[in-house]
Ligand binder design. Structure first.
Ligand SMILES: C[S@@+](CC[C@H](N)C(=O)[O-])C[C@H]1O[C@@H](n2cnc3c(N)ncnc32)[C@H](O)[C@@H]1O
Length: 233
């Protein structure tokens, strides 16, 4: 029973993101605004980086400049198709259509494990534990995702966030809103999307990733930065 409902959820996520990918690649979204922040958490270069739930590979390609080899994983074949086309010039990037909850990540094999806007699709605690296990000693785990507004503070940032988001989109794309096909595809997906609250994220991190820094960002997002001890303990 549980297995078949898990399969149904994955099938629906896969078809949502196949539709979003088919609606057309956008070169800007609110996650993109935080790429430079995430990259600043990486000290120097690393040998292998993983992008968990890589979508069309926007961040995977950014990681390619900081790692000898980058692997991007995503459930959606359409997304991976876009990622491969867009990454044709990056010789050190490879993609794989896979469920990141079942694929084998070599334990302690990656200097950087990153995941953007994907954690809320996964069983959060188990997913963080899997990603943590893949980080090499001295490496870093980087998460960016969305949270659900719960507190007065969460709601207060909504208005400035909406203004900032529109302004950034205008600057980067010349439009105030995404094209209609993209909007409709995201609206259909949003009907089944559920985000954790910041308090839930902090409590899970305290248990799975002691010492991690959890930070709220203006555009409805939070980040988790966890540095693995250099001695692997
Ligand atoms: C909102 S998109 C973000 C994509 C990309 N990280 C970015 O920043 O553009 C979330 C991605 O997570 C992927 N995803 C969700 N559940 C997954 C799973 N179990 N295994 C692999 N990918 C998954 C979806 O297919 C989708 O492409």
């Amino acid at each position: 029973m549980e297995i078949s409902s898990t399969h149904t959820i994955e099938a629906s996520i896969r078809s949502d993101f196949d539709r979003i990918a088919a609606a057309g690649e956008e070169h800007w979204d609110n996650n993109r605004h935080y790429h430079s922040y995430l990259l600043r958490q990486l000290k120097g270069r690393c040998s292998h980086a993983l992008d968990v739930g890589c979508g069309s590979g926007m961040f995977t390609r950014a990681l390619a400049a900081r790692a000898q080899q980058v692997s991007g994983f995503d459930l959606s074949p359409e997304m991976i198709g876009h990622a491969e086309t867009a990454s044709a010039m990056c010789g050190n990037v490879r993609y794989c259509v896979a469920d990141v909850m079942t694929i084998h990540f070599p334990v302690g094999g990656a200097g950087c494990v990153a995941s953007i806007a994907t954690l809320h699709h996964l069983p959060i605690q188990d997913a963080l534990a899997r990603m943590k296990a893949a980080v090499a000693p001295g490496g870093v785990l980087l998460i960016l995702d969305l949270y659900r507004a719960e507190t007065m503070m969460d709601r207060l940032v909504g208005a400035p966030a909406a203004c900032m988001s529109m302004l950034l989109r205008l600057l980067h794309t010349g439009r105030l809103r995404p094209p209609r096909a993209v909007r409709l595809a995201w609206q259909a997906h949003a009907r089944n999307d559920r985000y954790p609250t910041l308090a839930e994220i902090r409590s899970i991190c305290a248990c799975v990733l002691p010492g991690a820094r959890v930070r709220r960002h203006l555009l409805w997002r939070y980040s988790i930065v966890w540095n693995a001890p250099a001695d692997g303990v």
